[in-house]
Design a binder for this molecule. Structure first.
Ligand code: ATP
Ligand code: PH2
Length: 174
């Protein structure tokens, strides 16, 4: 099995840019990196008062199952000394699996250890905006990401700022 997955990566504790770059570098080193968005500074989503996040989207093609992609993301979180404290609160690194596609079909799963597509992705400008950047035809559970962005509060979308700092490892090309 091989699995094409869209990953949302983000964090707001420590050197967030370096931590996000570390994820892209690990994906490139593992030979699974297929696409990388820009890095975005994003206001905190979810109601917890905290610092702004840096967020980005990666597309990876993993030679195994979606569960292995999730496990790969957990390894990256552990490498960033991620601890779980407040739900939707501050963290060094979060790696979420937004969609996973096998044989051209987007998988759906209600499993609470891996829900697909990610159940809150459609509400999150910090996921949809960078995803649209790298895939103007992106689809989430049958809905165009471009159309989903139009359903969000325009102020939330406008508050997201693309940074002029590359995420892709030097020398990497898709
Ligand atoms: N699509 C998914 N991507 C990542 N984790 C998932 C997914 N579906 C279910 N989970 C589960 O969610 C659990 C909690 O994840 P995490 O601590 O990253 O949540 P969170 O980032 O605080 O909130 P959110 O899930 O809303 O982004 C993990 O143990 C993981 O098994
Ligand atoms: N802007 C932004 N807000 C968040 C983020 C995130 O990555 N970016 N992650 C969260 C934890 O799930 C909660 N809120």
């Amino acid at each position: 099995m091989s699995c094409l997955a869209v990953l949302s990566i983000g964090g707001n504790q420590g050197d967030s840019l370096a931590l996000l770059r570390g994820v892209a570098e690990a994906a490139a080193a593992d030979g699974i990196l297929r696409a990388v968005s820009s890095v975005y500074a994003t206001p905190p989503w979810g109601g917890v008062e905290q610092d702004d996040f840096l967020n980005a989207i990666l597309v990876v093609e993993h030679p195994s199952t979606p569960a292995d992609v999730l496990e790969w993301g957990f390894e990256r979180e552990r490498a960033a000394d991620r601890t779980r404290q407040v739900r939707w609160g501050p963290r060094t690194l979060d790696v979420d699996v937004i969609t996973a596609e096998v044989d051209g079909t987007q998988l759906t799963s209600d499993d609470e250890s891996l829900t697909l597509p990610h159940p809150r992705a459609r509400e999150r400008a910090f996921v949809l905006v960078p995803w649209l950047e790298i895939d103007p035809d992106a689809v989430l559970a049958g809905a165009g990401v471009r159309d989903l962005i139009d359903t969000l509060d325009p102020a939330d979308v406008a508050a997201i700022r693309r940074l002029d700092q590359p995420l892709a490892p030097a020398g990497w090309s898709s």
